[in-house]
Design a protein around this ligand. Structure first.
Ligand code: PLP
Length: 403
């Protein structure tokens, strides 16, 4: 039985570059099928009682029962862990489950949780609708706070949840300044790293304890899978995460794990194209008189650019567009009847998406423009010239009104 590949040494990591790791893994097979087989199982058999009992003694990275994963699950977990530079990764049934289970792992009644004000909507709802009910006190913080976050610490502060860049408005956080304050006080730090993927930002190298991916997005890359990952900085964090995911009975399907593992092979080339297409669209958008601002930290004019340049290896394909006020139609009307851009939730697949953005009205910091002005674009893998002509057609409406 192949055991999960855990506990990579620093030497292992530095000897192979990330694009190579994503494409082929740290130790690609020399014989037999090149891809990990799909193992679907609930029951896992043992020839002897001794073996059965030994296996159930400490199961953290072993195949013992379908709920905890089969070899397909652990193959993906090992591959993601190697990209994140993690001790090991736990795979969950969705990105939302990864966020909820990551938070549940460390919080108890009476604890104080600090959450970036710009987190993904479902994360905020989990805090408001579930964690509060379980007696956790939630405080949202300005994502631009950096090390000043220490002024919000109380003796009960147990964890900090970050997302960078921020959902829908793309503020970049000074992650290492925050973890530098949290670590000495044993405050656990978690980050939703879905926008960048570990190829473009590696949170664990910046002192974060848990890096979360909605693998539904770029890791899978083809808009046909729901999956999440929790990557742990060390063994004790990993064991706590793995236990919690099991206690809640959360299980990632081996078929979905296989598909995400397959997606990893092309992650590096896809991200390169997503970024190139995003930049081509943004260049065009910035020339339009109706555009007030583009929210994308790779732009030198973006307020988060310096931090992004310091910490990130690139940018992905998701960005915001703020239109001027007083145009003939509200921004969201542009989304309809497009030839290439579709209207739909999620992102990170091959397809370009154009949707209205509405950050949580309850946000307290960094006020966001209203949906009449704010659009979210995911630049897919199409030819950018086709995407630009599609946008150009839409923009006619902004000056002339709908046809
Ligand atoms: C989509 C998304 C999630 C949730 O992931 P699902 O796999 O859709 O449940 C979490 N965080 C971010 C930033 C996302 O974009």
């Amino acid at each position: 039985m192949v055991r999960a590949r855990t506990g990579f040494s620093d030497a292992d990591h530095s000897s192979v570059r990330l694009a190579t790791l994503a494409a082929g893994g740290l130790d690609p097979p020399k014989s037999g099928p090149i891809n990990p087989p799909v193992q679907r199982a609930s029951t896992i058999l043992y020839a002897t009682v001794d073996e059965y009992m030994r296996r159930h003694d400490g199961f953290y990275d072993d195949v013992i029962y379908g709920l905890y994963g089969t070899e397909t699950t652990y193959a993906l977990a090992g591959a993601v862990a190697s990209l994140e530079g993690a001790h090991m990764t736990v795979v969950t049934s969705s990105g939302t489950a990864a966020v909820a289970l990551g938070l549940s792992t460390f919080l108890s009644a009476g604890d104080h949780l600090l959450v970036a004000d710009t987190v993904y909507g479902a994360t905020r709802r989990f805090c408001e609708e579930v964690l509060k009910r379980y007696g956790v006190s939630i405080e949202y913080f300005d994502p631009l706070l950096g090390g000043e976050i220490r002024s919000l610490f109380t003796p009960k502060t147990r964890a900090i949840f970050m997302e960078s860049p921020g959902s829908q408005t793309f503020e970049v956080m000074d992650v290492s300044a925050i973890t530098a304050e949290a670590r000495p006080r044993a405050i656990v730090t978690l980050i939703d790293n879905t926008w960048a993927t570990p190829l473009l930002f590696r949170p664990l190298e910046h002192g974060v304890d848990v890096s979360i991916q909605s693998a539904t997005k770029y890791l899978s890359g083809h808009s046909d899978v729901m999956l999440g990952t929790l990557s742990a900085a060390d063994e004790s964090v990993y064991k706590r995460l793995k236990d919690t995911v099991g206690r809640w009975g959360n299980c990632a399907s081996p078929d979905e794990c296989y598909l995400v593992h397959r997606g990893l092979r092309t992650l590096d080339v896809r991200l390169e194209r997503h970024q190139r297409n995003a930049l081509a669209l943004i260049d065009w958008l910035l020339e339009q008189s109706e555009v007030e601002r583009v929210l994308y930290p790779a732009l030198p004019s973006d307020p988060g650019h310096a931090l992004w340049k310091r910490d990130f290896q690139g940018a992905s394909g998701l960005f915001g567009v703020v239109l001027k006020t007083g145009l003939a139609v509200p921004a969201y009307r542009l989304c309809e009847n497009r030839r290439h851009f579709r209207i739909g939730s999620s992102w990170g697949g091959y397809e370009s998406l154009l949707v209205p953005a509405w950050p949580a009205p309850s946000r307290q910091f960094q006020p966001a423009p209203p949906p009449e002005q704010l659009l979210r674009i995911h630049a897919g893998l199409e030819d950018p010239a086709d995407l630009i002509s599609d946008l150009a057609e839409a923009f006619v409406m902004l000056s002339e009104g709908p046809k």
